[in-house]
Design a protein around this ligand. Structure first.
Ligand SMILES: NC(=O)c1ccc[n+]([C@@H]2O[C@H](COP(=O)([O-])OP(=O)(O)OC[C@H]3O[C@@H](n4cnc5c(N)ncnc54)[C@H](OP(=O)(O)O)[C@@H]3O)[C@@H](O)[C@H]2O)c1
Length: 289
């Protein structure tokens, strides 16, 4: 009897511009192979003027979903059929999921952070200091509020951007959690001292990202205490100056690879309905970084 043959792969991918340096494919495709799935994750260069056509193309090709990176995280929303709760609060999508033919926008950045955080501590009732007020800070703040933190302090270099994030957290995000979260803004200037009572410190700035690997987050590291959890979003290189200083002070530390892998795990779960092996994904990234 002839064997049934299937040469049609399921497709997912990443839309960005520029996109060639995005490493996501290097962790997602090994995860698919380890799961025994004949799926492809394509790294696709999509210019802003081609975004609508690219989304229409993904529908035509029956994509199971796709990631969005700079500059499409906000612009993609008008081409989608709906948004998940946290993506709606953030106004940004980094993961589109094909649910019964509808393209739904999710945001896995903050969910990935919370997932890697939960491996070492419970966020409920904790006081979070966010350094930075860009997309990563917003994603982490929204998900940590939904996960039950008691307080969020935003510290940012540009006051305008810091105040915008403070307003989002004080308004819609606070409303979404029943007004239970306290919000504060502080300027990130000089040698910033971590406020007493802080439980979690997150570098959500781009300081330390390759090639500026020696750049230092402008905080007084002597204000870190061993009771704190310190996280850095920078995936490349994972051992940033902050990660090294916090480790030396006995803090529990989460590096940027932890968050990157965890958000990739959530994306694969959304697309395939199955959980990949995070160790396979982390090893694949460690090999390239
Ligand atoms: N590990 C992961 O899974 C993951 C996921 C998402 C993002 N990331 C990383 O997160 C980082 C931030 O991404 P983003 O999308 O949030 O970028 P973004 O929107 O451009 O925001 C960058 C933030 O960094 C601050 N900043 C940059 N240089 C600074 C400096 N020299 N001194 C003080 N503040 C500085 C900016 O402050 P101003 O407002 O004052 O300019 C802003 O708050 C990127 O490096 C990215 O690789 C990692």
């Amino acid at each position: 009897m002839a064997k049934e043959l299937n040469f049609k792969q399921e497709l997912v991918g990443c839309f960005g511009f520029p996109v060639a340096e995005n490493p996501t494919q290097a962790m997602i495709e090994p995860a698919f192979r380890a799961m025994g799935l004949d799926w492809r994750y394509l790294t696709l260069e999509v210019t802003p003027e081609n975004l609508a056509a690219a989304v229409a193309g993904a529908r035509a090709f029956g994509f199971k979903g796709f990631n969005c990176t700079i500059p499409h995280k906000v612009a993609v929303i008008e081409h989608l059929d709906g948004l998940g709760e946290s993506a709606a609060l953030m106004g940004a999508v980094n993961c589109v999921v094909n649910r019964d033919g509808k393209f739904i926008g999710e945001n896995t950045d903050g969910k990935g952070f919370v997932s890697s955080f939960r491996e070492i501590a419970d966020p409920t009732g904790q006081s979070l200091l966010l350094l930075g007020a860009g997309g990563a800070a917003r994603a982490i703040g929204v998900e940590m509020a939904l996960a039950g933190v008691r307080k969020i302090t935003v510290a940012n270099r540009s006051e305008k951007r810091g105040r915008q994030l403070e307003a989002l957290f004080r308004g819609p995000v606070s409303d979404a959690v029943g007004g239970t979260v306290e919000i504060e803004y502080l300027p990130l200037t000089g040698k910033f001292s971590v406020p007493e009572g802080t439980d979690i410190v997150v570098n959500a700035t781009s300081i330390g990202l390759f090639p500026d690997v020696d750049a230092q987050v402008p905080i007084d590291v002597d204000s870190l205490t061993s009771e704190m959890v310190v996280a850095d979003v920078i995936p490349n290189p994972p051992k940033t100056w902050l990660v090294r200083e916090a480790t030396a002070r006995g803090c529990r530390v989460i590096d940027g690879l932890g968050m990157l892998v965890a958000q990739g795990v959530i994306g694969i779960e959304y697309w395939t309905g199955q959980t990949p092996d995070p160790a396979v994904m982390r090893t694949a990234l460690e090999d390239i970084f």
